[in-house]
Design a protein around this ligand. Structure first.
Ligand code: NAD
Length: 497
């Protein structure tokens, strides 16, 4: 929780002057056609800033500059230890501006200030630091040849990386991509979500201050079907990295096929199962974790534990605990440091969540907790965390990603049924299993078709663990040393001696 009061954050919000211009070649500038869009705070529906809406001309100009800088070697040609030093300075500047960045994130996308500070800013700093620290410790390979040859396997930057990110963790999602992309020596163009563009623009200024050369890191705000599409179709973008919905991820693969076959790496949607066996070590802890897994960040989390699978034998007792735990997560003013549930990112997302709550009831599930729009702040978009029980695996609330605080509870009889239910999804991002039985924990974890598996906890891991999805949750991995694979090409050089 933040040390500051609601009054402190509210008065700070009044004094902020948000930068809304694009950041190209080390300068803030309006979009080529001077187009803008309104950046609206979901807390009260008011306009926070006018933000540049970049179009094809901005994308063309930025890609040309980014390519020039790449070829000149102003960044790509620096020794890794030099890039590390500059990136560490970048991380330190982000840390210094923690409060401004946190409040900007809260105002822009509605999350509680306490979480913006303790999760978003700190994870962003850690991601940049960890990646920077790693880059001068990566060795290339020498192939096991005979005496008369030398085989070198070297990693090289891919060139121009376009990163398109979503609105739920704007800074973290950006940092997971721009940090390894920059560390590897690439030129980077970041397109933040139109729903949360402000912290990316502030980070651009800090990157420049840290010493990242002009034109090496650029930020182009705009919409998906305009700015994002222009980047994805551009013939001189080498790699496109994306976090967002599965529908858009598919579209990006089409754009790559229609243009230059750029590499496309996607972190997409999820419908993650949280599986609680009767022998879970601590049912109170499991219930608290199940509530947090769907309420944290208003349920707007790709790895949200949105399907709770509970063994019949404990279901009645356990669900009493889960209902009580979820009811403690109450929407409040996001600038109040005691608030745990903030605003939903915008009206469209709120309506999407409400429509699923309606659908769940029509399909015959029992609405046991929440399910209503509330207004802790006039004009804002808030919904109470919601629990549906008696959910059937075929219902849309059990199959589709809602991206809001709506939990679907399904009961199971035995391990085989639990595993079948857990894997019965087009997604495979994450899963959790609660059991005291070590053999079952391993067996179940191995059977799960998911990129992250947690045992007796939800959402564990740090920068050392790769993060990404099986199936339609995407391809490739963020975080850990594996992330560098997305930002490098492997070259084999064979020398006759
Ligand atoms: P989204 O797919 O609507 O948008 C993501 C980004 O893509 C935005 O910047 C948007 O402007 C851009 N975009 C949209 N259409 C585009 C197009 N045609 N061409 C190019 N760019 C386009 O997703 P969202 O609503 O911002 O975020 C929610 C989704 O993100 C959820 O599905 C969630 O699961 C997913 N997500 C996944 C992860 C993960 O790591 N797997 C993490 C966070 C969020």
């Amino acid at each position: 929780m933040s040390d500051h009061s609601f009054e402190y954050w509210s008065s700070m919000a009044e004094t902020l002057d948000h930068e809304g211009r694009a950041f190209i070649d080390g300068q803030f500038c309006p979009a080529a056609q001077s187009a803008t869009f309104d950046c609206i705070s979901p807390i009260d529906g008011k306009v926070l800033a006018k933000v540049a809406h970049c179009d094809q001309a901005d994308v063309d100009r930025t890609v040309t500059i980014a390519r020039e800088r790449f070829e000149q070697g102003v960044w790509s040609g620096l020794p890794p230890a030099k890039r590390k030093g500059i990136l560490l300075k970048f991380a330190a500047l982000v840390e210094q501006e923690a409060e401004t960045l946190a409040i900007t994130e809260t105002l822009d996308m509605g999350k509680p200030i306490a979480h913006a500070l303790s999760v978003d800013v700190s994870a962003t700093v850690r991601a940049i630091q960890w990646t920077a620290e790693a880059i001068d410790k990566l060795y290339d390979e020498i192939a096991p040849t005979g005496q008369d040859e030398l085989g070198l396997v070297t990693r090289e930057p891919v060139g121009i990386v376009a990163a398109i990110v979503p609105w739920n963790f704007p800074m973290i999602m950006a940092a997971w991509k721009i940090a390894p992309a920059l560390a590897m020596g690439n030129s980077v163009i970041l397109k933040p979500s139109e729903k949360s563009p402000l912290t990316a623009l502030r980070m651009a200024a800090l990157a420049k201050q840290a010493g990242i050369p002009d034109g090496v890191f650029n930020v182009l705000p705009g919409f998906g079907h305009t700015t994002g599409k222009a980047l994805a179709l551009h013939d001189d973008v080498d790699t496109l990295v994306f976090t967002g919905s599965t529908a858009v991820a598919r579209q990006l693969m089409v754009y790559a096929g229609e243009s230059n076959m750029k590499r496309v790496w996607t972190e997409a949607g999820g419908k993650s199962p949280n599986v609680v066996f009767a022998d879970a070590p601590d049912l109170d802890m499991a219930a608290e974790a199940a509530a947090e897994a769907i309420c944290f960040n208003q349920g707007e989390v790709c790895t949200a534990g949105s399907r709770l699978l509970v063994e019949d034998a404990i279901a009645d007792v356990f669900m009493d605990k889960v209902r009580a735990a979820v009811a403690r997560w109450k929407p409040g003013h996001p600038l109040d440091p005691a608030t745990t549930v903030g605003a939903i990112v915008d009206e469209a997302q709120l309506n999407r969540i409400l429509s699923y709550i309606d659908k769940g009831q029509k399909e015959g599930a029992q609405l046991r907790v929440g399910g209503e729009r509330v207004r802790p702040v006039e004009g804002g978009y808030f919904v109470t965390p919601t629990v549906f029980e008696g959910v059937d695996a075929d219902m849309s609330i059990a199959r589709e990603e809602i991206f809001g605080p709506v939990l679907s509870v399904i009961r199971f009889k035995d391990e085989a049924q639990a595993l079948a239910l857990a894997n019965d999804s087009i997604y495979g991002l994450a899963a959790a299993v609660w059991t005291r039985d070590l053999s079952r924990a391993h067996r179940f974890a191995r059977g799960l078709r998911a990129g992250s598996v947690w045992v007796n906890q939800y959402d564990g891991g740090d920068m050392t663990a790769p993060f990404g999805g099986y199936k339609q949750s995407g391809n490739g991995r963020d975080k850990s040393l594996h992330a560098f694979d997305k930002y490098s090409e492997l070259k084999a050089t064979w020398i006759k001696l």
